[in-house]
Design a protein around this ligand. Structure first.
Ligand code: CUA
Length: 405
């Protein structure tokens, strides 16, 4: 076994050793108990007997448990050490836990809320938290490590196979603890390189569009905003649509990813008002991966028309606490926030503020200075945002409001 192959294998081995010992002890104790029951039953052994002093027995029952305990400790220690020592050539990624999302920051400044890594390469994580204790947990790689505000903790792993592996938070951290999910996306070296340098973003854009053309979608749905047999796909993402359901009732839906997916798989369940229910369903026709590409393309419109502010908000994890549809999460919704009058606590004193641009900037950079009344002061400051990102974010917030849109 390679000395560092691998921490995960050593953890499994320690687990196996402890499991085998536990089963053996269980079998031994249960066996002895049954045998004693039988052997010393009063019909076979009517007279009780007092056994005194057996040096041999005393030595054994001291020695054997000591060896077992030390053995278990040794294998535990060995795997613990392996978990602690990342190889020198590991790819380093910074991890920030915060309520309630993970951010992964790479050496070139790239930020993501999915942990992209190349296959068969050791990855070293330097982790911290911007608010409370979280715990970075990837069961597949046998990693579970607290992230602590104000200090760094470390973990490393070497993914052997490409694929998605769940990331969870294993330390209760408030309301949306259970939603603090992400994935480690293990990809080939080339794919990782392309993602790392940002190439993928533009390519993915083209792929989704190519698929929409391939499946013939564009013959009814234009990409340039013109009207056709069906609604145009231009800037469709995030719009509010009036739809007629199969039973004839009307409803208002937001064209988010789940909607776009439904609209492709079972289009006649929700037909946009004013159009004919004539689109065939694509359930079982379009493979899942193509479906994802197409939906992502519509959501991003090739990363070109997706408001930059929205990608900032997604990357920074804003949306885990602030909704865009008016619903309450842990913070105020972004919908119609801009231009509204909000009751805030400034230095503990309540005042009325207008959510203008200056207010939004302050609330992002120094959230603790202006806490919206009725909310907990739990948002971390976002002073690390570049001016570009910040203004994109503020512009996007404006667009979510009647006053600004
Ligand atoms: Cu973060 Cu639980």
């Amino acid at each position: 076994m390679n000395p560092i192959v691998d921490a995960a294998a050593k953890v499994d081995f320690a687990f196996l050793i402890i499991f085998v010992i536990s089963v053996a002890v269980l079998a031994l104790v249960t066996g002895l108990m049954l045998w004693f029951l039988w052997r010393y039953h009063h019909t076979r052994h009517p007279e009780a007997e007092n056994v005194r002093e057996s040096v041999w027995l005393e030595v054994m029952w001291t020695l054997i448990p000591t060896i077992l305990a030390l053995g278990m400790f040794w294998f535990g220690w060995d795997s613990f050490k392996a978990l602690q020592s990342a190889p020198e050539d590991a790819l380093e990624v910074r991890v920030e836990g915060r309520m309630w999302s993970w951010a992964f920051i790479y050496d070139n400044g790239r930020r993501s809320n999915v942990l992209y890594v190349p296959v068969d390469t050791p990855v070293k994580l330097t982790m911290t938290s911007t608010d409370v204790l979280h715990s970075f947990y990837v069961p597949a790689f046998r990693i579970k490590r607290d992230t602590v505000p104000g200090m760094n903790t470390y973990a490393w792993f070497r993914p052997e196979e490409a694929g998605d592996y769940d990331i969870l938070c294993a330390e209760y951290c408030g309301l949306k603890h259970a939603n603090m999910l992400s994935v480690v996306r293990v990809v080939s070296d080339e794919e990782f390189g392309a993602w790392y340098t940002g190439e993928t973003d533009t390519k993915a854009a083209d792929k989704g569009k190519a698929l929409l053309e391939e499946y013939g979608c564009v013959s009814c749905h234009s990409l340039d905003g013109s009207d056709g047999v069906g609604p145009t796909l231009k800037n469709i993402y995030g719009t509010t649509r009036q739809v007629v359901k199969a039973d004839g009732t009307e409803a208002e839906v937001v064209a988010d990813k789940p909607y776009l997916r439904r609209a492709l798989l079972d289009p006649n369940a929700e037909v946009v008002k004013g159009y004919q229910a004539m689109m065939p369903g694509y359930d079982g026709v379009i493979p899942e991966e193509d479906l994802l590409e197409m939906v992502n393309w519509m959501a991003n419109q090739g990363a070109m028309t997706m408001p930059m502010g929205r990608s900032v908000a997604e990357g920074e994890g804003c949306l885990s606490c602030h909704s865009t549809d008016g619903s309450e999460i842990a913070g105020p919704t972004f919908k119609n926030l801009y231009g509204s009058t909000v009751a805030v606590l400034r230095d503990g004193v309540e005042e009325q503020a207008t959510a203008d641009e200056a207010y939004l900037r302050e609330a992002i950079l120094e959230p603790e200075a202006v806490i919206s009344k009725g909310y907990q002061p739990i948002m971390p400051p976002y002073g690390h945002l570049s001016e570009d990102d910040l203004s994109a974010l503020v512009d996007w917030l404006k667009s979510l409001s009647k006053a600004g849109g």
